[in-house]
Design a protein. Structure first.
Length: 198
């Protein structure tokens, strides 16, 4: 029981700690990603060592993904929601125009006619905005967080994913603890039967 409780606490600490590190290191996503991956692997190893449940350990990778993505993405989106400046802009240039690259960097012009120094990054080839399109963006006045399209900034959704992953870990840890408890009781029962038989 104590090992299961310790594992649950470690899972919640991993989620909170990774999110906190992401907030403290805004603009350097590789730091919380690296720490988050290490902590998620540590949770999986602890689950395996404590309860010897390989299939539950593999299953724990699903909520681990929710924890990692939620924790890393929550901090910058929360920062944009808290202090970000919303602007309506028009795309005037695309760095990937005329190339086969899917890595777009859009040059934007504000309503007052000035071009923004910061470029809007977009990676992909589906629903790519085009030169001349108008967008609502949110940019960080402190330039610590990259600019994003306003309709893609949703800190509450990221927090929801983080909580869902953590709850998933909790359920898996409790299930693994119950499984270990049942196996130990069954093993003691079988041992007692063997002793009585002899």
């Amino acid at each position: 029981m104590r090992r299961t409780v310790a594992l649950v606490i470690f899972g919640w600490a991993t989620a909170v700690g990774t999110a906190g590190i992401a907030y403290l290191t805004l603009g350097s996503e590789w730091i919380p990603i690296t720490i988050g991956v290490v902590l998620c692997l540590a949770f999986a190893v602890a689950l395996l060592l404590l309860h010897r449940a390989v299939w539950l350990t593999v299953l724990s990778s699903v909520p681990a993904l929710f924890v990692l993505v939620g924790a890393v993405q929550y901090a910058p989106e929360a920062a944009l929601e808290l202090r970000g400046v919303r602007e309506n802009v028009v795309i005037v240039a695309d760095s990937a125009a005329g190339t086969s690259s899917n890595d777009h960097r859009f040059t934007l012009r504000a309503k007052n006619g000035t071009e923004l120094e910061e470029k809007l990054g977009y990676r992909g080839d589906v629903w790519v905005p085009k030169v001349g399109d108008r967008l609502d963006v949110i940019r960080d006045p402190e330039s610590e967080v990259p600019m994003e399209q306003a309709d893609e900034v949703d800190a509450a959704e990221r927090m929801g994913g983080l909580i869902a992953g953590t709850v998933g870990w909790t359920l898996i840890a409790v299930l693994a603890g119950w499984r270990g408890h049942v196996r130990r009781r069954r093993g003691k029962g079988e041992s007692l039967l063997l002793q009585l038989a002899y």
